[in-house]
Design a protein around this ligand. Structure first.
Ligand SMILES: [Zn+2]
Length: 124
């Protein structure tokens, strides 16, 4: 269950970014090669934030496909579950993973009315 530790790390990062403000939605981009099970992460998140200031925050997961690029012909190959690591265009094995290993906190939605931020900047 590495989703539990991912969830704890995510909650820590969101807390730092929110600085006490009410968080509504947490947007995360996850590459296919991270082998994160979205349902398991959402489940872990609910238990991680229950009873904390992040208790009302929902996860919005954006699952990104893994992509290989070919050093021989330059073509990109989207990696499916049934495919190997060869180039789909020329069959070369000289490929590199260029996408799919992300685990990125991309944005958070803050509820301004319930938070301490009154819309002025910098916040006081
Ligand atoms: Zn190729």
């Amino acid at each position: 269950m590495h989703e539990v530790s991912l969830s704890l790390q995510l909650a820590a990062a969101v807390s730092r970014a929110a600085r006490g403000r009410q968080v509504r939605v947490v947007y995360v981009a996850i590459g296919a090669l991270r082998q994160v099970v979205p349902e398991a992460l959402e489940h872990a998140w609910v238990f991680t934030v229950r009873g904390t200031p992040l208790g009302a925050a929902e996860l919005d997961l954006d699952l990104l496909p893994a992509v290989l690029t070919c050093d021989e012909c330059g073509a990109d190959t989207k990696l499916g579950p049934e495919l190997g690591f060869g180039c789909a265009a020329c069959g070369s094995a000289a490929t590199r993973v260029v996408s799919g290993e992300q685990f990125t906190l991309t944005a958070i939605d803050i509820d301004i009315e319930k938070g301490t931020c009154d819309g002025t900047f910098p916040p006081t």
